[in-house]
Design a protein around this ligand. Structure first.
Ligand code: NAD
Ligand code: ZN
Length: 346
């Protein structure tokens, strides 16, 4: 079968033929419906070096944001899962036994250091292929909802959903403001989730005017870049600052902007992995503010997110690519030419 293969560190992936996977015990083989191209993949194949945090050992098939139809059940898998059923894949894979894993929070597996890979498509073969094999309990049924447009929910949806849910106490009480920086795959869905779950005023920013217009259409107030950005944002909040800031870029300037906009008791959640840092000291931070990071989300949260998708509360903006054009999806993503999410449809 054809697949997008990450062959070597610091090397652009290739479109190549690999053997069709066979589902192992407790696994299910899916015929892939859609596989999203996440910005993190660029870090995987372009930037990470062996042994660095986040680096996953090549070779493996990319694609950690997948949907598909059940094709075949591996040994020991319950026949409650029906061949032909349409599902989303929960990507993170922990040990399955620790306190975090049994709660479905495999992202924060207590035994992660001793595992051979991080997730489907991160260290083990992912969904940028005609077929992918995944653990059976990582399937989230989609019912009759469109599986291709759903694919980004696995990561571009789940990651902001987890970050936003963890921040809800900061957005309760009325008169609240949330800042979203970076309106790409994650940020666009993040705006929709904030609007669906909270009554906070959503302030959004991106370098691209087109992305800001999108956020406005989804109920956000937007600001452009430039030297007065922080003042503009603080002015929208009546001077108090934002109660929650989500940085979906994570570069030095965006972390600095988010931190400078924070209200007393506010929470800055760095989601983007561009490596920007923040100084935290008594005199440089608003009182009782929090700075944190979040990684992906839990399988239970993915079930919740699918409900929101089915209820029409979230609609990922998807640009579809055939398998022939899969590498073009990554080229465009690197060039900043993707609006919303690129999804490869094999
Ligand atoms: P994307 O390429 O789809 O979107 C990035 C957006 O940020 C683009 O719209 C771009 O114009 C905008 N942007 C870039 N620099 C900016 C700046 N200085 N100011 C304002 N906007 C700027 O990326 P994505 O797939 O949405 O991923 C976003 C980030 O989140 C990446 O760093 C990715 O690796 C990371 N990520 C983290 C997790 C996690 O679990 N923490 C999960 C998935 C992705
Ligand atoms: Zn575990």
């Amino acid at each position: 079968m054809r697949a997008v293969l990450f062959e070597n560190y610091e090397q652009f992936p290739s479109l190549t033929d690999v053997p069709r996977p066979r589902p192992g015990p407790g696994e299910v083989l899916l015929r892939v419906a859609g596989a999203g191209a996440c910005h993190s993949d660029i870090s995987v194949y372009r930037h990470f070096k062996e042994g660095q945090p986040g680096a996953q050992k090549p070779p493996f098939v990319l694609g950690h944001e997948n949907s598909g139809w059940v094709e075949e059940l591996g040994e020991g898998v319950s026949d409650r899962i029906k061949v032909g059923e349409s599902c989303l894949v929960y990507g993170p894979i922990g040990c399955g036994l620790c306190r975090k894993c049994v709660q479905g929070v495999e992202t924060y597996c207590e035994n992660a250091d001793s595992l051979p890979y991080l997730a489907v498509g991160l260290g083990r073969d992912g969904g940028m292929a005609e077929y992918v094999s995944v653990p059976a309990h990582h399937l989230v049924p989609l019912g009759d909802a469109d599986p291709i447009d759903a694919a980004p929910l696995s990561d571009a949806g789940l990651t902001p959903y987890h970050a936003i849910k963890a921040t809800l106490p900061h957005l309760a009480g009325g008169g609240r403001h949330a800042l979203v920086i970076g309106l790409g795959g994650l940020g666009q869905i993040g705006v929709q989730i904030l609007r669906a779950l909270t009554g906070a005023t959503v302030i959004a920013t991106d370098l691209k005017a087109e992305a800001r217009e999108y956020a406005e259409r989804h109920g956000a107030v937007t600001v452009g870049g430039g030297e007065h950005q922080v003042e503009e944002i603080r002015e929208i909040t009546g001077g108090k600052g934002v109660d929650a800031a989500f940085d979906f870029v994570g570069a030095a300037p965006t972390v600095a902007t988010a931190a400078a906009c924070l209200a007393q008791g506010g929470r800055l959640n760095v989601v983007g992995i561009a490596g920007g840092t923040h100084e935290f000291s008594f005199f440089t931070n608003p009182y009782e503010a929090y700075v944190t990071n979040t990684y992906w989300g839990s399988v239970a949260e993915l079930w919740e997110l699918v409900d929101m998708y089915r209820a029409g509360q979230i609609r990922p903006e998807v640009e579809r690519f055939s398998m022939d054009d899969a590498l073009e999806a990554y080229r465009k993503l690197e060039a900043g030419e993707i609006f919303g999410r690129a999804v490869v449809v094999p």
